[in-house]
Design a protein around this ligand. Structure first.
Ligand code: ACM
Length: 548
């Protein structure tokens, strides 16, 4: 587990003579998600009516969006004190210490983020009578706790993203990764290249499968069939500021060199063949490609202050590169005959460009082959062997393996769910994920974070997005913050049920109805007699070599 040694903070619960009976503990912790790393529950409550006296040695650092209104109600006559101080020696800026007794609520944190996380805990603890007496010493297990939302396959409004940010913040997530570009449409205004939003941000066919199977057509915004859209830079700046106020960094992803059919249609001169509607990849030998990508990234960096800029890097087919004179010339210059080396060159060059501008590259695990600076973040979406390789290179690793963290997979018996991409990743499976569980201990300690990914090929509406995200994202919030070194699914599920109920009742969201989960089909757990057993298998269409 990274960074934070929670035990570095002296935990004084016993000095506060806490009772901590099992039932008091259950009543108090039932609303907490993620569970704090260390917590003791005492007797009594800090009442939240009648105003408080504030004592602060950190100025207004504790004042944030999550601060409850009662904590702002100054009353010099009040016997109740709320005090804020700096937490010294914390190993994470998000760490905090919260002590509540009947007449005092004290929060210590090393930074604004720490105070935010503390208030989120206070808000979850607060009941009708007030805040129960507790002693909490808390800090995140992982530095990066993210969710990715694909706004390309289907496009979702900024206000909807803000609502997800509100809820993510309640569960102490700190990264919202936006997949902003892909074949289905370019979603960010780029002032220097208006065709990206004028001609390839909309498509005439809403249904993804039909669109995919009918030549991937695009249309202009004025076309009566236009489906899709893009965010203006001002809208994105607004979202970034909104998220930052809630302790969340928005990480933009601009795909390269593959997954770029839309760019190759708007600006065909960036592909090897210069033919619109036929190419998915940038020409990696052409100066025009590097100029374009650098100009785009400059505008991206201008809008997104995030230290981390995601450049995709996954699944580039590179089909035209072997026959392209410019790619071949570049490969000769690099002394290679392997197109993978050319991709590594492109990614390395982009990594250097970002570093020159004080930023750090993030990429899917295909970028490991590049020669990137240490602390480049590799997002591992395939097997753990990729995490091992990335760690060997000195890269930071965020784990988001398909088998546990792809929230576009079915979460319940598929025949009862709306169509999904496939797979079966119910809440229990996500919760059961042990980040780096099959890595040596020394490598496991170096993992930077965990992330859930929501690809949206089959997810066209905002309520469906919410249903796929929640409550499975809660399991990732729990793993990312608490570490869940000791798993207890039954106990976690009961807290998740409370949150599902709260999300629909108080937040007006559309979480999956966990209470009525059907679960695994029994026949998938035990082989049953059927006609396929032992029968000869013929593939009508060979399987993809990329996914054996
Ligand atoms: C990915 O799922 N292609 C990152």
């Amino acid at each position: 587990m990274t960074g934070t040694n929670i035990l570095a903070m002296p935990f004084l619960a016993c000095a506060m003579a806490f009772a901590g009976t099992a039932s008091a503990q259950d009543r108090t912790t039932g609303n907490l998600l993620p569970k704090p790393r260390q917590m003791a529950v005492g007797k009594g409550v800090f009442t939240t009516t009648g105003g408080v006296k504030t004592v602060s040695t950190v100025g207004d650092m504790a004042d944030c969006t999550f601060m409850p209104s009662w904590a702002r109600q100054e009353n010099a006559q009040s016997a109740k004190v709320v005090s804020y101080a700096r937490l010294e020696g914390a190993s994470s800026p998000e760490a905090y210490r919260l002590r509540v007794v009947a007449d005092t609520l004290e929060i210590k944190a090393p930074s604004k983020e720490g105070f935010m996380r503390a208030w989120q805990t206070v808000n979850q603890l607060q009941g009708k009578k007030g805040v129960p007496c507790v002693d909490v010493a808390d800090a995140p297990a992982y530095k990066w706790r993210g969710l990715m939302i694909d706004v390309v396959r289907h496009f979702f409004p900024i206000d909807f993203l803000k609502r997800q940010v509100d809820v993510m913040a309640q569960y102490k997530f700190n990264r919202l990764h936006l997949h902003l570009t892909d074949a289905e449409g370019w979603r960010m205004e780029i002032k220097r290249y208006p065709r990206l939003t004028d001609s390839v941000a909309y498509r005439p066919i809403e249904d993804w499968r039909t669109w995919y199977d009918t030549g991937k057509p695009y249309c202009s915004k004025d076309d009566p069939r236009a489906y899709g859209g893009y965010y203006t830079q001002d809208q994105l700046r607004d979202l970034v500021a909104y998220a930052a106020e809630r302790g969340i960094t928005v990480v933009p992803e601009i795909e390269m060199p593959g997954h770029s059919n839309e760019v190759m249609t708007a600006y065909p001169e960036l592909s090897c063949t210069h033919e619109p509607h036929t190419q998915a990849d940038y020409c990696a030998g052409s100066i025009a490609t590097y100029d374009f990508l650098e100009n785009v990234l400059k505008e991206v960096m201008d809008v997104f202050p995030s230290h981390y800029i995601h450049v995709g890097g996954d699944e580039a087919a590179k089909k035209a590169w072997p026959a392209c004179p410019l790619c071949q010339a570049k490969m000769r210059e690099l002394g290679t005959t392997n197109v993978e080396d050319l991709q590594a060159y492109l990614i390395t060059r982009m990594g250097q460009f970002l570093n020159e501008h004080g930023r750090q590259l993030v990429g899917w695990d295909e970028v490991i082959a590049s020669d990137l600076s240490k602390n480049t973040t590799v997002m591992v979406w395939r097997g753990t062997n990729r995490a091992h390789e990335a760690i060997k290179h000195g890269y930071d690793v965020v784990l988001s393996p398909g088998a546990y963290c792809y929230l576009d997979h079915y979460q319940d018996a598929p025949q009862l769910q709306r169509p999904a991409i496939g797979g079966y990743v119910p809440l229990e499976k996500v919760y059961g994920y042990v980040p780096g569980g099959d890595l040596p201990e020394a490598e496991r300690k170096l993992i930077t974070g965990v992330q859930g990914n929501l690809w949206t090929e089959h997810i066209a509406t905002t309520d469906h997005v919410e249903q796929m995200l929640w409550p499975r994202a809660l399991a990732l919030a729990e793993i990312g913050w608490n570490g869940t070194e000791k798993k207890d699914y039954k106990e976690f599920r009961s807290r998740a049920l409370t949150q599902v109920e709260r999300l629909s009742r108080e937040e007006g969201m559309h979480p999956f109805d966990l209470k009525h989960e059907v679960g695994q089909r029994p026949e998938s757990l035990k082989q049953v007699k059927n006609k396929a057993i032992g029968a000869k298998i013929t593939y009508n269409k060979p399987y993809s070599k990329a996914y054996p």
